[in-house]
Design a binder for this molecule. Sequence first.
Ligand code: HEC
Ligand code: HEC
Length: 415
Amino acid sequence: MKSATRAFVAAFIFGASCSPSMSEGGLRDQVLRQAALKAGLVPAAATHVPVDPAYVEAGRLVFQTKKLSLDHETACASCHVDRFGSSDGIPNAVGTGGRGEGVQRLMGGGDIIPRNTLPFWGRGGVGFNVFFWDGKVDASSGEVQSQFAGAVPSDDPLVVAVHLPPAEIGEMITDSAVNDALKTESVSTAEALYSELMARLMDDPEIREKLTSATGKDVSDIVFRDAALAVASFIRENFKVRSTRFHRFVFDGEPLSAEERKGGLIFYGKGGCATCHNGAYFTDFDYHALPFPEAGFGKNGFGIDYGRFNVTLNPSDRYKFRTPPLFNVTKTAPYSHSGSVSTVADAIRIHVDPLAVYDPRKFTDVQRAEYYHALKVWSREPLAGIALDDDEIKALIAFLATLTYDSPLPVLERD
Ligand code: HEC
Ligand code: HEC
């Protein structure tokens, strides 16, 4: 077909889909597009924050090196692994003392972090200002709130977030006598830790070269904040939102399958998903209580994680967690803040019908008591009264699978 003819046919088809004699499929497409726009979806490029390529290159090396842990054992890339969609494929993360990837890592005897590793898709893009399951770094008010209080190392919340893992006990520091002086996670000991780590990074000729050329500073003037800015630039660039099939459906008129469209209509319609999973990243950056049970010890011990409460100490924040963004969610099993759910289907089902997935008789008494409290808070969330059958959940999964994309650069551990 000549290109002029092709353009004419395309215009005809597209025009036809907007005419009053629109087919049922065409009408549903229009409804879905409008719903996505109304819920705040924007083209991928509108979420991009410009970064300096020299910082990205330096940041990738810092992200991959095990020198960033006091014991030389753990890199950011040890837990944030490509193969698992930049997460780690296991329910609770394994930090210091851990070896290998995925289930192998779980068996390796390292320190368990009582939270599920979060992936990086879209992190630090335009408007992405709230970090971690409990929002312990939160710049949504325009000012960065974090455990650094008045001594916050940057006004860029992603740079602040990058400061935390190397100072977190069990994540990249072991709880050993040798590290006693550095292990209290307070601001001043964190400073001592950061200078120690910085000295190590600068001993690596490749990292030293990339960091000096990115910053234009002398070796002796480079501080941890520079390395953190480099890592943040790397995360921002490598994991930035790319045009997914759903973006192309909404903004370029590309087709979805009937199943994907059905899932999309449930997502924005009767499923009520977009009341929380909305905006450019499929999150409202707010905190909600869903009855996901705990896997493992839990942040608050005894199999309990109070989530947002740990940051605000406000009792009404108990059991609440930041709504997770949904890009690449079909690649980041297991699910929830403690990784207690292994399939997307069950993750969705729990939102509306938790007892179909979990048997409370298998909980400890303490966990069951907590679970009743969590259910009470959940009953006030906008999910109450929604029912989804297996076919609808299948369609929702087909829809979520249209939100996938890849990162360009592979991420590996380095010594
Ligand atoms: C031991 C495994 C582990 C290591 C090592 C690790 N992380 Fe993480 N990461 C996690 C876990 C678990 C979470 C979720 C923690 C939470 O929300 O309480 C997380 C969350 C994050 C987040 C927040 C993402 C979001 O959606 O808000 C950022 C940013 C991050 N990590 C960056 C890093 C960087 C940079 C390094 C290296 C300096 C690193 N991580 C090392 C396990 C790890
Ligand atoms: C009331 C707000 C709210 C609504 C409505 C909602 N979600 Fe969620 N969703 C959350 C929160 C909060 C979590 C994380 C809870 C946790 O880990 O404890 C979550 C977790 C998820 C997860 C697991 C993500 C991960 O990375 O672990 C998926 C998948 C998901 N939701 C899909 C959906 C779908 C599909 C719908 C519609 C049927 C929906 N959600 C409706 C708030 C909501």
